[in-house]
Design a protein around this ligand. Structure first.
Ligand SMILES: *Cc1c(COP(=O)(O)O)cnc(C)c1O
Length: 492
């Protein structure tokens, strides 16, 4: 076989130590089945701390809100509730709001985002969470609920979108969410009209983009709307800049460079195939030239998470002309953030048991797993990263048998398309039935976002895993049985 092309996952110490504990992991899967999702609730507290350090560096205050939609876990929500008062949660459905309240987050730590149905809006208004009103219509509906049920004023952070700053050519993309910034005046008119029902605390945005210049333009646009609101006598206190700080999934940037180079060579027919049926992730070779664009997540992203926030805050506001952090500080505005993916970084692992290894007539090695592509959503999100082999017990090693192999990972659905990855995945040795493959860093969107009961296959159980200190024995409980008093972790 040619040289293996690894894409090793970035593993911080806690998940690395867990993966290094096969004697703990194998009995868990034996007892609870495959696939199995592991969550490390103490990691989310560490991640909050890393974001808080960036706030401190810029001398900023404000709420760090976990975007709940990244994972349905109760353990993560409850562990988050046990961190300091400066943390909160962003909920985008009635169910998420109920889950956050039940997990111990008080309404002052909850922001309700996205377009809301009447039930969601009522519970949000009744409990007094902050409402990131998504449209003028929603603001009117909220005010009507407050009046009809004689509720206290509800704090609001209207969501804006589609910013176009003067003095710059950066235009943020279209969005189906929020009120276009060009219509902010009409929105503020409505806020003033309903000032007995809603308390205007600031504005928010969330852009589904990685481009920091677009985000800087949006924050700049928000600051200008807040200026205008103060001219009208409103008293805004905060800007909520949403999430989208990203995660660095790969341990080694050189592996990523090499892999993408070799993938293009393979698609041009200049080397052995690296993908199932010549799949190109958006690229294709046509008569010796490459067409299309590689449509995958940039797996190696050193500027992600807290570091992305740090660099964003240091940017110059395109129209206001000064660093964004300085503008926030001078106006004494709180900075609220809503990281989903970045706060779940290193918080979860998905385990899958190897059922069978088979070699086709064409020489492809197929590894069938007790899990499917909906349980492990990496491929669906265009994330190319290797699983970690967790060998079964003390399987006798065959002398000389441990050489790297490239394999295709097949799922457990009777569906041609059910591949965990359409990429030839390189492993340090051929897996055997009973080994586990551990998919690292799945807590953000890859764990339970798409899992379902197709073919009556089981949906993965969720287990919270924790230990005393950095070296104590590992403990586990079902996700819904986890409460923060079980762990020795401290607060933000
Ligand atoms: C999805 C979402 C987030 C989180 O996005 P990430 O990319 O996971 O950080 C935050 N805020 C809102 C309003 C969202 O819809």
């Amino acid at each position: 076989m040619s040289e293996p092309l690894y894409l090793a996952p970035r593993l911080e110490s806690r998940p690395a130590a867990l993966l290094d504990s096969p004697a703990f992991l194998h009995p868990l899967v034996a007892a609870l089945g495959s696939p199995l999702n592991l969550l490390l609730p103490d990691q989310i507290a560490d991640n909050v701390r890393a974001f808080r350090e960036v706030y401190a560096r810029h001398r900023l205050t404000g709420r760090i809100c976990y975007a709940h939609k990244a994972n349905r876990s109760s353990a993560l929500v409850r562990r988050l509730a046990a961190t300091g008062p400066g943390t909160g949660i962003d909920v985008a459905s009635l169910g998420e709001l109920q889950h956050a309240l039940a997990g111990g987050l008080t309404p002052d730590r909850i922001v309700a985002t996205g377009p809301k149905d009447p039930d969601f809006l009522w519970l949000a208004a009744r409990t007094g969470v902050t409402v990131a009103v998504d449209s003028p219509g929603e603001l009117t509906a909220l005010a009507a609920l407050v009046e009809r049920f004689r509720l206290p004023r509800v704090p609001i952070l209207p969501r804006l979108s589609e910013f176009a700053s003067t003095g710059t050519r950066v235009l943020t993309r279209r969005s189906r969410f929020g009120t276009p910034a060009t219509e902010a005046d009409a929105l503020l008119d409505l806020v003033e009209k309903h000032r007995d029902a809603v308390e205007f605390t600031g504005v928010s945005y969330h852009l589904d983009t990685m481009a920091p210049t677009e985000k800087a333009a949006a924050l700049d646009g928000c600051l200008r709307v807040l200026d205008e609101s103060r001219r009208r006598g409103l008293r805004p206190r905060a800007v909520d800049i949403g999430g989208g700080f990203g995660t660095d999934y790969l341990a080694d940037g050189a592996q990523w460079e090499r892999y993408t180079t070799e993938l293009t060579r393979a698609l041009l027919g200049r080397r052995a195939p690296l993908t199932w049926e010549g799949h190109g992730y958006g690229l294709r070779g046509e008569n010796g030239t490459l067409r299309g664009a590689l449509g995958v997540y940039p797996g190696h992203r050193p500027v992600a998470g807290p570091r992305y926030l740090d660099e964003l805050l240091a940017q110059t506001a395109p129209s206001l002309g000064r660093p964004l952090a300085t503008l926030l500080l001078e106006n004494l505005y709180d900075l609220h953030t809503e990281p989903g993916r970045a706060l779940t970084d290193q918080c979860g692992i998905t385990l899958a048991r190897v059922l069978e290894v088979r070699v086709t007539a064409a020489g492809e090695r197929l590894v069938r797993l007790a899990a499917n592509a909906r349980d492990i959503g990496l491929e669906d999100h265009g994330l190319l990263v290797d699983p970690v082999l967790v060998p079964a017990g003390a399987t006798a090693r065959e002398p000389g048998g441990d050489s790297p192999v490239g394999v295709y990972l097949l799922g457990n659905l009777c569906l041609e398309s059910d591949l965990i990855s359409r990429r030839l995945v390189f492993l340090p040795r051929e897996p055997r039935a009973g080994d586990l493959l551990a998919f690292a860093n799945t807590a953000g969107y890859f764990m339970d976002f798409t899992a379902d009961h197709a073919l009556h296959q089981p949906v993965a159980r969720k287990v919270a895993v924790y230990r005393d200190g950095d070296a104590g024995p590992w403990h586990w409980c079902l996700d819904e049985e986890y409460w923060p008093h079980l762990t020795a972790g401290d607060d933000e």
